[in-house]
Structure formats: C-alpha cells, structure tokens
Design a protein around this ligand. Structure first.
Ligand code: 13P
Ligand code: SF4
Length: 398
C-alpha cells in the first residue's frame, strides 16, 4: 500500500470522501465500491483492441456486452447492444442464454440487470468505482427516515414512491415494498401518470419522487401540467426534510433533493450563449437539467429521444445538445451533414461513466476466459425481490 499525504499528518482523521478519492476504501454511503484488485493492462498497450476482440471471440455466445450511450467510443466498439438505461434493462432481461453479462455503464444499471436476469447468469461491472453521484444522494437510511416523516404527517398511505432508475437496489427495493414503480427518463411521464391514479382513478395520489428533483419537477410541470407550487423538495440533510407536515399534506409531488452532477451544471447562460454563437440553433436538453434550463431550451427529452431527434433532423440543421459529452461527440461524428455542438463550454464528461475504459474491459474479458468471474454485481435476494416488483411495474407501464 502506498503512503499518502494523509498518512503523514498526525492527528488528521481521513474522511470517507478523502479515502474514496484516494481509491483506498468504499464510502459506506455509496452504492459503489472503489477497489480494483486485478492487474490492469497498461492503457498504452497497443494490443488492447486485439486482446478485447480475441477474448470476446473466445467467449462467443456465453457473453453479452451491454453499453450505455454515455460510454467511451473504445468501449462502445465492443458492445453487443447499446442503449439508454431502459433499453439496457429490457435487453438484459431478454437474454437468459447469456452466461456472462458485462455491463459497460454504471453500478445501479448493473444491479438492475442482476435483478432482472436469472440466477445462472453473472453480471459484471468492469470497474466497481463506476457509480453515479446522483444515486449516492439517496441512501436507504435517509429514505426510510423520509417515509417515517410521511407517516407522521399522515400522508404515507396515499403516497406512491416513483424512483428513477438512477438509484441503488436498496432504494428500488423500498419502492417495490411500498407499491411504487421505477422509471427512466424515457417513461417518467407514464410512471407519474400511473402513480397519480394508481389504485383509484377518482382519488389522485401523492408521489414521492427519488432521487432526481429535476427530472421529477420537469416531468410533473412540463408534461403533466402541474404547478411548481404542487411540488415540494425534501432535503434529507434537514430535520423533517425541511418541510412542515402541512407542506407534505398540500404537495402532490414530494421531490427528493438530488441531482445529476453533469446535467445539473448546464445553465440558462449556456443556452443564451449558444444561441448567439450558432445562428438558428435548436437547443435540445435532457430532463435531468434544471427547470429553468429546460424552459429556456427548445426541446427536452431522454437520451433515446435525443438520438432519434437527431437521426430525423434535416441535413444542414444546427443543434446544441445538453447531455453527456461522449454521446454528443458520437452524434456529431454520426451526422457530419448537421452542425451538432455541446451546449456548454466547461461542462465535462460523466467521470464515473468514464471509469469503464479499454484496460478494465480487457481485464474483465480475459479474466472470464481464464475462468475467473470478476467484479460480479449481486443484489441480496430480499432486496432483489421487491426491487424486481418495482422494475417489473416499470416494464409493464401502459
Ligand atoms: P438514460 O435513462 O437516458 O439512459 O440516462 C441515464 C443517466 O444516467 C442520465 O444521466
Ligand atoms: Fe449519474 Fe449524471 Fe453520470 Fe448519469 S450522467 S450516471 S445521472 S452522474
């Protein structure tokens, strides 16, 4: 083990965050780990592409590689299927014959794949540190405390949890246990509509939306026509979420105070600036962006919607896209007849998505060839049972 600056400072207790950044320990509040116990090939190894291809060919049909749209090009090149989190969950569930599912995405997606696949299948995440900062903003203990607050306010019985796919398996389990559903950015509207009329179409329910306040607010206000004042924000770091019992009773949507550290950085100023810089540009953003950014944009939609919109756009049109940079770059490359620019000059890649790179992929595939299943993601059976109920509800949304 190497000596860090923190080891050399007597009396200084390293914080869990510092240990996480140093890659030395798991953050107990995180849905992910940090260790990579294997011998990774060097990133500069010129044979990495050939090694990945050879290992993949050796594994043949025993292997199924899923690649999220935000992954690096070098990784996407080896994906059997690419997609947003919804499509990848569907694809994982539809491949019972694949012995090994290598998930090139982030931790919560691999957990969902494990929940949706059979016990004879192993789901592997090439780098355990590929988590999601948004998912980490709602821990199971915090959500349980929130539910106690709803019980105390007398609203829990009328509340349906709707949890974004970007949440830990424990939160998905909580959602299933309380009769709720999972959603992704492609079906958030249907999930909210279902939840509001769930059980009794004549008695609209209340929603606890976890953990992305922006997706929840944008969907409730833009797509369902609710007022901003119908939504309140529950802050897990404040007693009672920072809300009175009356505020909880009056709200239709209780939004968890979480956000995406990538999409949350786009601003109204970025929209204004790109309109000046690119004449005639259409601004298209992901619904994880802040509400004012979504209002300033021309179009709003999930990863899948963004891809389909650009596929259908006429040659010569100009677009500024507010979503993850790997995807925007790939779209720009795929559509040389259109001008496609990134919405902001300073917002960068999703750092955790980028943890999966060619060395980690090669290491994972070659380990499988050698008979070693590495970085397997397994969800504890009781959690998995309830999380599956919530995921199945999502897959069955009208
Ligand atoms: P999708 O649901 O569009 O795949 O997005 C996942 C994600 O992490 C967005 O930041
Ligand atoms: Fe999480 Fe945002 Fe990265 Fe998506 S882009 S995985 S929400 S941190």
């Amino acid at each position: 083990m190497t000596t860090s600056a923190l080891d050399l400072m007597p009396g200084v207790e390293p914080t869990p965050l510092a240990l996480l950044l140093l890659g030395r320990q798991s953050d107990p509040d995180s849905e992910r780990g940090v260790d990579c116990p294997g011998e990774l090939p060097a990133a500069s190894d010129p044979t990495l592409v050939a090694r990945a291809a050879a290992a993949k060919a050796t594994l043949g049909d025993r292997l199924f590689v899923l690649g999220h749209h935000y992954q690096r090009d070098e990784v996407i090149a080896f994906a059997d299927v690419t997609g947003d989190s919804f499509r990848l969950a569907q694809q994982a569930a539809a491949r019972p014959e694949a012995e090994f599912i290598v998930f090139c995405g982030v931790h919560f997606m691999a957990e969902a794949a494990d929940i949706l696949t059979g016990s004879q299948q192993a789901v592997l995440l090439p780098d355990l540190a590929a988590g999601c900062s948004m998912a980490d903003m709602a821990s199971f203990e915090q959500v349980e405390r929130c539910w106690e607050d709803l019980v105390a306010a007398g609203v829990a019985a009328d509340t349906v949890p709707v949890s974004y796919m970007n949440s830990s398996a424990a939160i998905k389990g909580f959602t299933g246990r309380h009769g709720g559903t999972i959603c992704t950015s492609s079906n958030a509207r249907r999930a909210l509509e279902w939840a509001l009329t769930h059980g009794s179409p004549t008695r609209p329910r209340k929603i606890l939306f976890l953990p992305d306040q922006h997706l929840g607010r944008n969907t409730a206000v833009r797509e369902l026509g609710l007022a901003l004042s119908d939504c309140v924000v529950y802050d897990p770091h404040k007693p009672g979420g920072g809300l009175t019992a009356q505020q909880l009773r009056d709200a239709t949507v209780i939004l968890w105070k979480g956000h995406c550290s990538v999409h949350g950085r786009f601003t109204v100023e970025s929209v204004r600036e790109v309109r000046e810089r690119v004449p005639g540009v259409t601004v298209l953003v992901h619904p994880e962006c802040r509400h004012e950014v979504v209002l300033a944009a021309d179009l709003v939609g999930s990863t899948d919607y963004i891809i389909k919109t650009l596929d259908a756009a006429p040659a010569g049109s100009s677009w500024a896209i507010g979503t993850e940079l790997n995807l925007v770059r790939r779209l720009a490359k795929a559509h040389p007849d259109k001008t496609i620019v990134y919405l902001d000059k300073t917002v960068c890649f999703c750092s955790t998505m980028n943890r999966i790179d060619l060395p980690h992929l090669v290491w994972t595939l070659e380990s499988l060839v050698a008979g070693r299943v590495v970085h397997q993601i397994t969800v504890e059976p009781d959690t998995a049972r309830f999380a599956k109920a919530a995921l199945d509800q999502m897959l069955a949304l009208p």
